[in-house]
Design a protein around this ligand. Structure first.
Ligand code: PEP
Ligand code: MG
Length: 315
């Protein structure tokens, strides 16, 4: 007979001074829910809905979508689940949403831009999400990708509320939205920073292109400075600011991001344990000091080295 060992209870994400930093999972399918929960995910910080429909030739029906979202929300009953509406275009084209022949699709009609020009698809997705929310008891938040300004933030937030979504927010992954974060956040409920695209667009370096991968570091002080602006705006306005790009999965960078004002971190479930352990080693004051050192550096490598050296002096 096989012995079943009771899983050790995982502590929630928190700093050494007790400051809570909820640790959430990035998922592309409800199939990943058990592993995420087992790794101690306190909810979902980024559910990439476009992954559900990469092979679809026509737009999914409201019914189909409602079934998928219900399955996800049921798996995270009682927990926060941040769902992103379709982020189609660039590296993730959807047959039913992207038909433009674009020479530079990363700068094209993607994310909220594509949805806005196909508003029926956006309305149907929000309708399906609201119905799934009503039928389950997870805490559903819904956000829009590639929002560039306050006007788009207001457009999405108003439409989401109109269709029954209670908590609507935006991703900050276009530098313009980070630069005017106070105005963008004033127009919506929360922000979640996508450091993958924010780095790509800040550094003007294609995230898929190996030849410019040396520019693709979220440690770059230019990227950190934008994260800090969003964090400050969130603090001023009392609005949550999460991180859902790969940067949150780097244990030391996670501390820096919290020092810059991030209130939650979302990552692939396999990164949760190391990030949880790293946060527990530092207080919020420590995180501020480590973040200041990184911000003051000249480049990405120097920022990482500076953060490491300040962190080593603190523990
Ligand atoms: C990001 O850009 O950081 C992000 C989380 O979204 P994606 O990687 O799906 O573009
Ligand atoms: Mg992105």
């Amino acid at each position: 007979e096989r012995k079943t060992r009771a899983a050790a209870p995982l502590t929630p994400g928190q700093l050494a001074d007790g400051t809570l930093v909820p640790l959430l999972a990035n998922l592309g399918s409800a199939d990943g829910a058990p592993a995420a929960l087992e790794a101690g995910a306190e909810g979902v910080g980024l559910f990439r809905t476009e992954f559900l429909f990469l092979d679809a030739q026509s737009a999914p029906t409201v019914r189909d979508q409602q079934a998928q979202y219900t399955r996800l929300l049921q798996a995270f009953s009682g927990k926060k689940v941040v769902v992103r509406v379709l982020d189609a275009g660039a590296d993730k084209p959807l047959a039913f949403l992207n038909d433009a022949d674009e020479e530079n699709p990363a700068l094209g009609l993607r994310g909220i831009r594509a949805l806005r020009s196909n508003e029926t698809i956006l309305r149907e997705q929000l309708t399906a999400l609201a119905a799934a929310d009503a039928a389950t008891d997870a805490d559903l938040w819904v956000m829009a990708p590639m929002v560039a300004n306050a006007e788009e933030a207001r457009y999405f937030t108003d439409l989401a509320h109109e269709l029954g979504i209670r908590m609507a927010g935006v991703m900050v992954e276009v530098p313009s939205a980070a630069l005017l974060a106070d105005r963008v956040l004033a127009a919506t409920g929360f922000a979640s920073i996508g450091t993958n695209d924010l780095t790509q667009y800040t550094m003007a370096a294609d995230r898929l292109l190996g030849s410019v991968s040396r520019f693709q570091s979220p440690w770059h002080p230019a990227v950190l400075s934008l994260v800090g602006s969003v964090g400050a705006a969130g603090r001023d306005l009392g609005k949550p600011v999460g991180i859902c790009g790969e940067a949150a999965a780097d244990p030391l960078l996670a501390v820096v991001l919290v020092g810059l004002g991030a209130t939650t971190l979302s990552m692939s479930p396999s990164a949760l344990a190391d990030v949880r352990a790293s946060l527990a080693r530092f207080t919020l004051d420590d995180a501020h000091a480590i973040a200041e050192a990184a911000l003051a550096a000249d480049g990405a490598a120097e920022a990482q080295a500076a953060a490491k050296s300040v962190a080593a002096g603190l523990t």
